[in-house]
Design a protein around this ligand. Structure first.
Ligand code: A2P
Length: 340
């Protein structure tokens, strides 16, 4: 296997730093690594395999020639503006933002679900990494759909602040510290409302139909990744005062009955899933336990008695890893294994 010139755009952010870490952990064959961020990060150096790499200012770079794979996580605006420039200069962009996800020419990939879609990178030189909440849900849905054909999904999320970036992590920490000191909590800036000791049912912007953009992402992206426009999905997405890891209560209705025993068997044989489910001993997946891990953890598996063919699940994953950086690097692994 060859080695590749890789770039991380948004390298100083919560996801960007995790991308660098995951590239190193998984021993991705990197020949040369270039890092990009905003002018605020001029002079910053970040470590990769023991080496200090200077962060370059994206806006000051005229040519991206020589870069073969670029992992983007610097916000949708940068992805819209710069992904085509990187692609024009010869890179395949794997983009973590929402900018390109629903473009019919851009593949939206979760390697456990639709690795074959990577081939469509050729259309625009861009592959989209799905929304963090969508990724962990579709990993769990895939084996159920293959066996019993999913008709409808009702999901409620419990999402960590790290999904809103490093500044939101700092905001929760500062609010909690102020509360502990008996001081007035700093005002909410990066999450729409106070997040310490609170749950906020507002992630991304509201649409006129009263859903948030995060909810619509889960609905639309699930159909695209599962390659089935007939799966009905509805979602309520909620920010909770957790640093790392998203949890989801997922209700699934299928055409064919899936017993609890069958669901256990399907999950145990599915790639990327760890079953953590022993209610008698109070064993179920927890955000605190999955932080730092790459798999999707499924528990609280039980029949939904209110319908003929239904299951309830509790699905938890590290949103910065499987929900973002790990999934992006896994896409890059498929790309170099099968296409480059
Ligand atoms: P910087 O740290 O220089 O602001 P997060 O989602 O954790 O807030 O991270 C966002 C990432 O996107 C950071 O690496 C940030 O860089 C980067 N970014 C934001 N604005 C720009 C920009 N105009 N050009 C390049 N990178 C940007």
């Amino acid at each position: 296997m060859g080695e590749y010139n890789v770039a991380v755009v948004g390298a100083t952010g919560a996801v960007g730093r995790m991308m660098i870490k995951v590239l190193e952990e998984r021993n991705f064959p990197v020949k040369n690594l270039r890092l990009f961020a905003s002018p605020r990060s001029k002079g910053v150096k970040l470590k990769f395999k023991g080496e200090e790499i200077p962060v370059e200012v994206l806006e000051e770079t005229k040519s991206f020639k020589g870069i073969e794979i670029a992992l983007f996580s610097a916000g949708a605006k940068r992805s819209l503006d710069y992904a085509p420039l990187f692609a024009k200069d010869g890179a395949v962009v794997i983009d973590n933002s929402s900018a390109w996800r629903m473009d019919p020419e851009v593949p939206l990939v979760v390697p456990e679900v639709n690795p074959h879609a990577v081939k469509d990178y050729k259309n625009k030189g861009i592959i989209a990494n799905p929304n963090c909440s969508t990724i962990q849900m579709v990993v769990a849905l895939k084996p159920l759909h293959d066996y019993g054909k999913i008709k409808r999904v009702v999901v409620s999320t419990y999402q960590a602040v790290s999904g809103a970036g490093q500044k939101a992590i700092n905001e929760l920490e500062e609010q909690v510290k102020a509360w502990c000191r008996g001081e007035k909590m700093p005002e909410a800036k990066h999450i729409p409302k106070t997040i310490a000791f609170n749950c906020v049912p507002h992630i991304d912007v509201f649409f006129p139909n009263r859903y948030t953009k995060e909810e619509i992402k889960m609905i639309e992206e699930t159909k695209k990744i599962m390659e089935d426009p007939n799966i009905k999905v509805t979602a309520t997405t909620v920010r909770v005062p957790v640093f790392y890891g998203h949890a989801e209560a997922v209700n699934v209705e299928t055409e064919k009955k899936i017993t609890v025993e069958k669901a256990f068997e399907l999950f145990k044989n599915a790639p990327g899933i760890v079953v953590v489910d022993d209610p008698e001993n109070a064993v179920y997946p927890l955000q605190i336990d999955v932080a730092g891990k790459d798999e999707v953890f499924v528990g609280r598996i039980r029949e939904d008695f209110s319908v003929e063919c239904g299951l309830n699940l509790w699905v938890v994953a590290d949103n910065l890893r499987k929900g973002a950086a790990t999934n992006a690097v896994q896409i890059a692994e498929v790309l170099i294994r099968d296409y480059l």
